[in-house]
Design a protein around this ligand. Sequence first.
Ligand code: SAH
Length: 366
Amino acid sequence: MNNKDDKIAKILKKNILRHGALSLADYMHICLTHPKYGYYIKNEPIGVKGDFTTSPEISQMFGELIGLWIVQVWMDHQKPEKFSLVELGPGKGTLMADILRATRMITGFHNALELFLIEISPSLKNIQKKALKGFPVKWKTEINGLPNQPTIIIANEFFDALPISQFQRKSDKWMEVMVNLKNLSEPDSNEFCFQLMNPSKEILVNFENEVFEEGCMIEISKTMQNIIFHLSKHIQKNSGAALIIDYGKEGNVGNTLQAVRKHKYSNPLSSPGQQDLTSFVDFKAIRTHAEESGVIVSQLANQGDFLKNLGIEQRAKILSKGLSGNDLVLHQTALERLINKNLMGNLFKVLGLRGTKSPPLIGLQT
Ligand code: SAH
């Protein structure tokens, strides 16, 4: 590791030497969003030259169909004259740019929308500014404080980027996965290791009555819980909906933490701050917290089915008419990547949330 790149490692080490081992959630929080050296703060993670690629970067069709979904929700809410369109973690701004392009012919829609992007990274915010040039955008770093008006919220590959805590069942009790220095007696060592310790916080109250096998791991994201709480309260109070798309599963059992660098898996404890750290989104936990806050939650759909329900195959056919040769092959490959059940089609899931006074959401079953 060269000097320039090990800033986060030094910060982590200082923290551990001063306060003891870090929870996995604190480790992830520092690695990903440290205000100066965090992974999302100083890198450009998305795209061929970055570390990973997302659906809107694969094909314009993704954003176009999400755009039509948003228009339908707006229409089903009797076309409010003012509403907030909010995106959580907009990355390079590609999804929002495609949404706005696909909806520009809808009478009254662009005039009605007030655009909010929730983004923690100044460098990605600059890229978003360029991608959305000409549109009045308001940036925020947190979801709270949105204006009280009908609100449509979208989030693609946002929730997988939030810190999680991990716990392991050992002799009838839960131990927390902590991050420690491998060799505390060697001050120059920047090597980290996982260590099981007594849980730092009372985080597990909801799981007391369930039976877990020895050695089993579970994951909990307090940050996700807080965001879902705010988001749900907001759409319940003001009417509207939220669309959450991400890779994940229903339930929190298993170790799903992964690190990705240059499109390859790597060790989550190596090169802290220089690689993406994510986990599978627990859609069951999202449902529980959203329902506790009073909103209606749709059935969980596979991305492939959702996009097909919205007409991606028809859209692909229309677009393919203008293409030939390599462009046509790329276009067909992109469609396959998004909907094929062995590619992103089943791994990625879609969940819809809506206020109790809001109508059912297209493309999803209630
Ligand atoms: N939705 C985009 C990008 C996904 S990457 C796409 O589909 O291409 C995750 C995004 O969430 C990045 O923009 C990242 O900077 C942002 N992000 C991560 N953690 C965040 C946090 N705690 N608060 C706000 N934004 C965050």
